[in-house]
Ligand binder design. Structure first.
Ligand code: HPA
Length: 286
C-alpha cells in the first residue's frame, strides 16, 4: 500500500479509538471563527499532538484540537485550528485532515475562512459563499500522488462547491436576513497581504475575494468525493485605488464580529442537508 493511504488509515484509526461514531460532516474553522464549537455537544476532544501524522497548528487565532460530537443533532468532527501553506506545512499535510474525514465516513465538508473583498459591492462582515476559485498557491496537493485509492488522478473541477449546499445556504440566508453573496475566491500563499497592483489584477481576472487558505482542502475534497460548502467572511475591503492598511488583528476582529451569523448559517445548512436528500455531487471519473 502507498505511504499516504497508510497514514490516513492510521490517523482515522486513532480517532476511532477515541470516538466510535461516524461523522456525517467535517468542519474546518478559519480565522476568528473558532467559537462554532460552543454549539457542539462534545463527546471527545483530541489534541492534534495526540494524532499520528497530524501537523501542529501555529497560526494566530487558531488552537489545535479535533472536536468530535453533534452539531444540530448531526455527528461532526470539527477542526479547531487549521493549517496554512505560509506556516511552512506541505500541501499534503494541510489536506491530510480532509482525507481523514473522508476515511471516517464523512459526506460533507464545511470550511470557513477570512478574506479581503475586492468586489465593490461587498462590505466588511459580509459572508461570501464560494462558488469557484482561482489557485494561485503555485502548487497543488494532488501533485506527486499516483495512488488510485486516493481518488481519480485527474479530478474534474467543473463544480467543486456543491450546488445543493450552495442553494440551501442562500435560501437560509435569505430567510434569516443574513447578507450573503456567491462569488470567486483567489488563493494566494501569503503571508503578506496583497499590493494594490495584485488586488487590481485579481479583480480583473474574476476574483471577488482573496485569502490564504481553503483551496488545497477543496481540491482534495473534490478528489475524494466530499460535498463542499465553503464560507468566506470579508474582513477587509481591498479597492486598489482606495486601499487602507490592514493588520492581522483587524482581520481577526472583523471575523469575530461576523461569527454569529456564520455559525447560524453552518448549523442550519448542516441540519437541513442531513435531513433532506441533496442532489448527488458530480460523478468523478479517473
Ligand atoms: N488578502 C489575503 N488574505 C486575507 C485578506 C487579504 O486581504 N484578508 C483576510 N485574509
Amino acid at each position: 500500500m502507498y505511504r499516504l493511504k497508510t497514514e490516513i488509515e492510521q490517523l482515522a484509526a486513532a480517532v476511532r479509538r477515541r470516538w466510535n461514531r461516524c461523522p456525517r460532516a467535517g468542519i474546518i474553522l478559519g480565522t476568528g471563527l473558532g467559537n462554532l464549537t460552543d454549539g457542539v455537544d462534545v463527546d471527545t476532544v483530541i489534541d492534534y499532538a495526540d494524532l499520528p501524522h497530524f501537523p501542529r497548528a501555529t497560526a494566530l487565532g487558531h488552537t489545535g484540537r479535533l472536536v468530535c460530537g453533534q452539531l444540530a443533532g448531526v455527528d461532526v468532527v470539527v477542526m479547531e485550528g487549521r493549517f496554512h501553506f505560509y506556516e511552512g506545512h506541505s500541501l499534503e499535510s494541510i489536506t491530510l485532515p480532509v482525507r481523514m474525514m473522508r476515511e471516517l465516513g464523512a459526506e460533507f465538508l464545511f470550511v470557513s475562512n477570512a478574506s479581503g473583498g475586492m468586489n465593490p459591492n461587498y462590505h466588511s462582515g459580509d459572508i461570501m459563499l464560494m462558488d469557484d476559485h482561482l489557485n494561485f498557491m503555485g502548487s497543488n496537493p494532488l501533485c506527486g500522488h499516483t495512488d488510485p485509492a486516493l481518488g481519480p488522478r485527474f479530478p474534474d473541477m467543473c463544480q467543486p462547491y456543491d450546488r445543493g449546499l450552495l442553494e440551501l445556504a442562500e435560501t437560509i440566508a435569505r430567510r434569516d436576513n443574513i447578507r450573503c453573496h456567491r462569488g470567486v475566491y483567489a488563493a494566494m500563499t501569503g503571508p503578506n497581504y496583497e499590493t494594490r497592483a495584485e488586488y487590481r489584477f485579481l479583480r480583473k481576472i474574476g476574483a471577488d475575494v482573496v485569502g490564504m487558505s481553503t483551496v488545497p482542502e477543496v481540491i482534495v475534497a473534490a478528489q475524494c468525493g466530499l460535498k463542499v460548502l465553503a464560507l468566506s467572511t470579508v474582513t477587509n475591503i481591498c479597492l486598489p485605488d482606495d486601499l487602507g492598511r490592514v493588520g492581522k488583528m483587524d482581520v481577526i476582529h472583523a471575523a469575530e464580529r461576523a461569527e454569529p451569523q456564520l455559525r447560524h448559517l453552518v448549523r442550519e445548512v448542516l441540519f437541513e442537508a442531513s435531513t433532506q436528500s441533496i442532489r448527488p455531487g458530480v460523478t468523478q471519473s479517473s
